[in-house]
Design a protein around this ligand. Structure first.
Ligand SMILES: NC(=O)c1ccc[n+]([C@@H]2O[C@H](COP(=O)([O-])OP(=O)(O)OC[C@H]3O[C@@H](n4cnc5c(N)ncnc54)[C@H](OP(=O)(O)O)[C@@H]3O)[C@@H](O)[C@H]2O)c1
Length: 260
């Protein structure tokens, strides 16, 4: 049985979308949580909406930019706030729409800096704080398994992070620390609207039409909500998932093609 009151979880990207839903779910279960976002304003707004009491939920405003020291500082600050660290959920990142040959070079590099190098920096730093029973959860995306030419950066970054999840799981298994990944399909967050706006420009339709088409593709009649992803993350963090490591779980309502 998971003793959630002893869980001290760092959630990057915890101010909005999937990360925020994870933070809320964990708080409801009784965990202590630290969220990370880019600005003091977004962190404070999220803390207010999560019912910040200065005891169970903390916030760190920091731009994750791929530098190792950011991971080191954030993990140390989270551990200081919570009196330790038992798990990390890496959820800070985006998914710009763009094909490999067209996507702006600066966006390519920025996305890799924030998500690939950011997740790796956070995992390396967290590994210095985690003990037996610790867990690292990486939020990836189905494009990493089912390549999508219209999501060139997300396809490549999430594919690389799948490999990283497996080799980190190998390296940390002797310390009884698990590393797992979650692959959401297009999920009903702010990011989905930004993606729809970009698809709309590329396909010369309205944003509403792009959103309608994305939602119409959902086999189960709706796209995942952030809470659907958060429920799976909470399970993966729990003792009930203690034999799951190095693999990824799709939260896609059956959308992904490729290997079953
Ligand atoms: N939504 C989808 O359709 C979908 C599908 C598959 C995978 N994913 C993946 O799931 C993860 C979360 O996506 P989401 O939909 O929840 O996105 P979102 O609603 O746009 O939220 C992104 C979160 O990440 C934070 N963030 C972004 N860049 C950051 C940076 N450089 N430094 C620190 N924090 C940063 C944001 O904080 P502030 O805004 O407060 O700075 C916010 O909390 C991403 O890795 C994304 O690739 C999303």
């Amino acid at each position: 049985m998971t003793e959630w009151a002893k869980a001290k979880v760092l959630v990057t990207g915890g101010t909005r979308g999937i990360g925020r839903a994870v933070a809320e779910q964990l708080l409801n279960l009784g965990a202590v949580v630290t969220i990370v976002g880019r600005s003091a304003n977004s962190v404070e707004a999220a803390l207010r909406s999560l019912g910040a009491d200065g005891k169970r939920v903390f916030g760190i405003a920091r731009v994750i930019d791929g530098r190792e020291e950011v991971g080191i500082d954030v993990a140390a600050e989270a551990s200081r706030c919570m009196g330790g660290l038992t798990a990390v959920v890496n959820a800070a990142g985006g998914a710009p729409v763009g094909r490999a040959l067209d996507l702006d070079w600066g966006i390519w590099k920025h996305e890799w800096d924030v998500k690939f190098w950011g997740y790796l920096a956070m995992a390396r730093a967290a590994a210095l704080h985690l003990h037996e029973g610790g867990v690292i959860v990486n939020i990836l995306g189905i494009a990493g398994v089912d390549p999508n030419p219209r999501l060139a950066s997300g396809t490549t970054i999430n594919g690389a992070l799948r490999g990283l999840t497996k080799i980190l799981a190998d390296d940390l298994a002797p310390r009884r620390i698990r590393v797992v990944a979650v692959n959401p399909a297009a999920t009903e967050t702010d990011l989905l609207v930004r993606m729809a706006e970009q698809y709309a420009v590329a396909s010369q339709v309205t944003t509403e039409e792009a959103l309608r088409q994305m939602r119409a593709a959902a086999p189960l009649g709706r796209l995942p909500h952030p809470e659907d992803v958060a429920a799976v993350v909470a399970f993966l963090l729990s003792d009930e998932a203690s034999m799951i490591s190095g693999s990824s779980v799709d939260v896609d309502g059956g959308l992904r093609r490729g290997p079953a």
